[in-house]
Design a protein around this ligand. Structure first.
Ligand code: F6P
Length: 324
């Protein structure tokens, strides 16, 4: 293998740049030519591919977003789009790929590999932490800390006005951000898609008249089956049926996707990026490089996207106990 390419795809996450940097520098260190594909699969189809040097990735380790840009490509879902992408890679002589992204990115990579057989190693880049085959994903730690900072600030004003806040965090299918920011932020209740929420339990928790408790925080993952924060707040407010209680909703949204990556995310990203290149050289064909119990582990894409990573049981228990 002489030439490889790296791209970022799907929702960006803080630490993607550190990962790109590690891929580029490891490839050069190992004597490979390395190319950047811009705008993910869209750029692969459009031929938006450029040679990268060591200096191309200077001064990016600390930056959120992705210098390679990202996109969610509809065209790559068509056989014609994928053929065009393959022709562009072939024209550049690219023999291996590093795909940085989440389950959508790896689903695309799986189809592409099955059709054209270009060895591809994934790096887990998503704030959602919902990938099997790695304890943490790149960007999760930063996103949780961003959410936590917001929760701390909301708590100040919630306490000042004796209000009940429903705070919506990201997580379409997974509650990792919700549960960790809920524990860290001392929330009264956390709602996650993985477990069925009984709204009467939320009401019960808000009616808990612990001495000096006048304000409350409920963290809602955007994908909770009971609805988003606004919907859930309205139902709970009706159930509480106490005009003296003041309910508010804050949706944190894309603020969770930006910002300088934490040290943990930078190190994880760098490690995964280096391992992805080493994996390609060692002959791994179709795996994600993740970190499990401190060790780099290569997991087949099919497992990463096919198996569900469960929430940590203890975290659910902690929420229950610490909010009494
Ligand atoms: O997958 C990462 C994520 O941030 C999810 O948590 C969120 O539901 C989604 O992306 C938002 O996607 P978009 O930025 O395309 O609206």
């Amino acid at each position: 293998m002489k030439k490889i390419a790296v791209f970022t795809s799907g929702g960006d996450s803080p630490g993607m740049n550190a990962c790109v940097r590690a891929v580029v520098r490891t490839a050069i260190f190992k004597g490979l030519e390395v190319y950047g594909i811009y705008r993910g699969y869209e750029g692969m189809i459009d031929g938006d591919i450029k040679r990268l040097q060591s200096h191309s990735v200077s001064n990016i380790v600390q930056r959120g977003g992705t210098i390679l840009k990202s996109a969610r490509s509809m065209e790559f879902k068509t056989p014609e789009g994928r053929k065009q992408a393959y022709d562009n890679l072939k024209a550049h002589g690219i023999e291996g790929l590093v795909a940085i992204g989440g389950d959508g990115t790896f689903t695309g990579a799986k189809v592409f590999f099955e059709e054209f057989g270009i060895p591809t190693i994934g790096c887990p880049g998503t704030i959602d932490n919902d990938l099997y085959g790695t304890d943490y994903t790149i960007g999760f730690d930063t996103a949780v800390n961003t959410a936590l900072e917001a929760i701390d600030k909301i708590r100040d004003t919630a306490a000042a006005h004796d209000r009940i806040f429903f705070i919506e965090v990201m997580g379409r299918d997974a509650g990792f951000i919700a549960i960790e920011s809920g524990i860290g932020g001392g929330a009264e209740f956390v709602m996650v898609p993985e477990t069925k929420t009984n709204l009467d339990d939320v009401v019960k928790s808000l009616k808990n008249n612990r001495k000096n408790r006048f304000s409350s925080i409920v963290v809602v993952a955007e994908g909770d089956e009971a609805g988003n924060a606004q919907t859930v707040m309205e139902i709970v407010k009706n159930k509480v049926n106490d005009p003296s209680k003041d309910f508010k909703v804050t949706t944190l949204g894309h603020i969770q996707r930006g910002g300088n990556p934490t040290a943990r995310d930078r190190v994880l990203a760098s490690r995964c990026g280096m391992s992805a290149v080493e994996g390609l050289i060692a002959g791994h064909q179709f795996h994600m490089a993740g970190v499990v119990n401190q060790e780099v582990v290569f997991t087949p894409f099919a497992d990463c996207i096919g198996k569900t990573k469960p929430l940590i049981e203890d975290h659910l228990k902690l929420m229950k106990i610490l909010s009494i």
